[in-house]
Write a protein that binds this ligand. Structure first.
Ligand code: PHE
Length: 344
C-alpha cells in the first residue's frame, strides 16, 4: 500500500491537463467513486489497527494533494479556451451583419427626384414649421378664405398676424424659391407635411409631398402637360396615359387634377382603380399671376406651372400597398419587402 501511495503521489505531481474535460477525467480517475484513492480508502478499512495510524495520515495527505492539484489544473484550464478564442480561424463561416434597407417612402421620393433631375430641375427644401404667410397668404389664400378649410392645419402659435404652423403642403417652398432664386426657376421640393386628419387606410396626419415649380418666359399649359406625361411614363412605365380633370387651387389658374392609366389592369378596370381604369396622382396648374406678383415676379413677362403630389400615394400605386398606415408602423415584415428595391 505504501508503494501504491507513493506511486499515485508521483502521478499527481506529474499530472498535466489542458482542457476542463481532461481535468474532470483525472478527478474521476483519482477521486471518483471507483477512483484509485477511493479504492485505497476502502482497503484502509481492512488493515490492522496498528498500521491504521500511519496509513491514515498518508492517505489524507494523498487526498489533499490530489484535490489541490485538481483545483489548480481546473483554474488554468478555464482560461485556456479564452486564449484560443482570440486566435483567428479564417475557415470559420462569417458572422453575417444584418443590413438595414431604405424606407419605401425614401425610395419613392428618390425615384421622383431622380426623374425631375433628369429634366433639369434643382432640389429645394424649406422649414416644416412655417408661417401663415408662406403656407397660405402668399399663395393667394387671404385670411378667412374658405379654401383654407381644404387643409386642416396644426397651429404652433396663434393670436398674431402671421401665426406659426406645421406646413400643410410643400407649396410653401415654391414661395421661398420664388423669393430667393433667380429666374428662370425650375425646382422640385420634396418634404414632410402635416394635416389634422383622422388616421385611416387613406389618410394620415403626417405624410410627404413633392412640389414642382417652373417659371420662365412663355411657359404654357402644354409644357405642364408634357412634363407630367414624361414623369408618369418614367415612374409607371412607357405605356402610361394621363388625363387631366379641371380642379381648383387658390394659387393656380387654371388648375387640374391628373390621373394616370391604371398600371395594374391597364385601363380595363380593377379594384385598385375601382373599375375606372384611372388613378389620381397629383394636383397642378398655371401659377396664378397674384402669386407671382406677391413674390416680386413680373406676371406680364413671366408665367409658370406648379404641381404637387403625395409620395405615399405614388408609392402605394407603384407597389400596390393598400393601407397608408403600413408606412408609419415600422413593421419589419412590411419594410423587408422593399429591401431589394433600388430606385432608378
Ligand atoms: N399643394 C396642393 C395640395 O397639397 C397641390 C398642388 C401643388 C396643386 C401645386 C397645384 C399646384 O393639395
Amino acid at each position: 500500500m505504501k508503494e501504491e501511495i507513493e506511486q499515485i503521489l508521483a502521478e499527481i505531481q506529474a499530472l498535466k491537463c489542458q482542457t476542463e474535460k481532461e481535468v474532470e477525467e483525472a478527478r474521476v480517475r483519482l477521486l471518483g467513486k471507483k477512483g484509485e484513492i477511493t479504492r485505497l480508502f476502502d482497503e484502509f478499512r481492512t488493515i490492522s489497527p496498528e498500521m491504521k495510524r500511519e496509513f491514515g495520515q498518508r492517505l489524507n495527505v494523498l487526498k489533499k494533494e490530489a484535490m489541490a492539484k485538481i483545483d489548480e489544473l481546473r483554474s488554468s484550464a478555464v482560461s485556456a479556451p479564452a486564449a484560443s478564442e482570440t486566435a483567428f480561424d479564417p475557415t470559420m463561416p462569417g458572422d453575417p451583419m444584418p443590413l438595414g434597407s431604405r424606407h419605401p417612402v425614401s425610395i419613392a421620393r428618390q425615384e421622383i427626384v431622380n426623374i425631375f433631375r433628369k429634366f433639369g430641375y434643382d432640389v429645394a427644401e424649406g422649414p416644416e414649421i412655417e408661417d401663415d404667410y408662406h403656407v397660405f397668404e402668399a399663395l393667394n389664400f387671404p385670411p378667412n378664405h374658405p379654401a383654407r378649410d381644404m387643409q386642416d392645419t396644426f397651429f404652433v402659435s396663434t393670436g398674431h398676424v402671421n401665426p406659426l404652423l406645421l406646413r400643410t403642403h410643400t407649396s410653401s417652398v415654391q414661395v421661398r424659391a420664388m423669393e430667393t432664386m433667380k429666374l428662370p426657376i425650375r425646382v422640385i421640393c420634396p418634404g414632410r407635411v402635416f394635416r389634422n386628419e383622422a388616421i385611416s387606410a387613406r389618410a394620415h396626419c403626417i405624410f410627404h409631398q413633392v412640389e414642382g415649380l417652373y417659371i420662365d418666359e412663355n411657359v404654357t399649359f402644354a409644357d405642364l402637360k408634357q412634363a407630367i406625361l414624361l414623369f408618369a411614363r418614367e415612374m409607371f412605365g412607357p405605356d402610361t396615359q394621363i388625363r387631366m380633370r379641371p380642379s381648383y387651387f387658390p394659387f393656380t389658374e387654371p388648375s387640374a387634377e391628373v390621373d394616370v392609366s391604371c398600371n395594374i389592369c391597364h385601363g380595363k378596370g380593377c379594384n385598385i382603380c375601382k373599375g375606372t381604369g384611372w388613378l389620381e396622382i397629383l394636383g397642378c396648374g398655371m401659377v396664378d399671376p397674384n402669386v407671382l406678383e406677391a413674390s416680386g415676379i413680373d406676371s406680364k413677362k413671366y408665367s409658370g406651372f406648379a404641381f404637387g403630389m403625395g409620395i405615399e400615394r405614388i408609392a402605394m400605386l407603384k407597389w400596390q400597398v393598400n393601407d397608408l398606415r403600413h408606412y408609419f408602423e415600422n413593421d419589419m415584415r412590411f419594410l423587408r419587402e422593399f429591401s431589394s428595391c433600388v430606385e432608378g
